[in-house]
Write a protein that binds this ligand. Structure first.
Ligand code: GDP
Length: 176
């Protein structure tokens, strides 16, 4: 179905990115719509397709306690329904926590795309210094795309939207 998950630690720029992704094309039924498995952030609609953006908060929880493992499993099953995961990190502030989530995202089915969105690149002065690092990440983890972005300036946001569109199934997804 036409669902895309936006995943990442607090403050990496997820809401900023969501607002840019939705642009003016926001159509939302209630303030905090929710299905049993997903918290819906917003819906992008054009002539052909709808993309439902969801969040998946449990992924960053350490699995030391049983309750955490449960929350984590809920997050994972929520991700089972999506056709694309946008994993957002702060290009200036990469942490071990990010890598932990990436490890979890590696257990995946093959028709789910994973895009690593390295945000806040507008803050990075020496952009070429980022290349070896991006290379290393690409070798360590299996991404469909590694995309430096600026959510606030809108850099490469259209590219994410295009990828989301092409990852959707052909038939339109009608939100009930
Ligand atoms: P969230 O907690 O992941 O939803 O993050 P927010 O969207 O609330 O953003 C956290 C902070 O990062 C805010 O102060 C944003 O203004 C800032 N921010 C988000 N995107 C960018 C970006 O592309 N560039 C810069 N320089 N700051 C950004």
């Amino acid at each position: 179905c036409g669902m895309v998950a936006i995943v990442g630690r607090p403050n990496v720029g997820k809401s900023t990115l969501l607002n840019k992704l939705l642009g003016q094309k926001v159509s939302i039924t209630s303030k905090k719509p929710q299905t049993t498995r997903h918290r819906i952030l917003g819906i992008h609609t054009d002539e052909a397709k709808q993309i439902v953006f969801i969040d998946t908060p449990g992924l960053h929880i350490e699995e030391k306690r049983a309750i955490n493992r449960l929350m984590n499993r809920a997050a994972a099953s929520s991700l089972a329904d999506v056709s694309m995961v946008i994993f957002v990190v702060d290009g200036m502030n990469w942490t071990a926590d990010d890598e932990m989530v990436l490890q979890k995202l590696q257990y995946r089915n093959d028709d789910r795309k994973i895009v690593l969105a390295i945000n806040k690149v507008d803050n990075i002065k020496d952009k070429e210094a980022l290349f070896p690092y991006l290379n290393e990440l690409g070798q360590k983890f299996d991404f469909d795309e590694i995309l430096p972005i600026s959510a606030s300036k809108g850099t490469n946001v259209q590219r994410i939207l295009d990828m989301a569109q092409t990852s959707l199934p052909e038939a339109p997804f009608y939100f009930p």
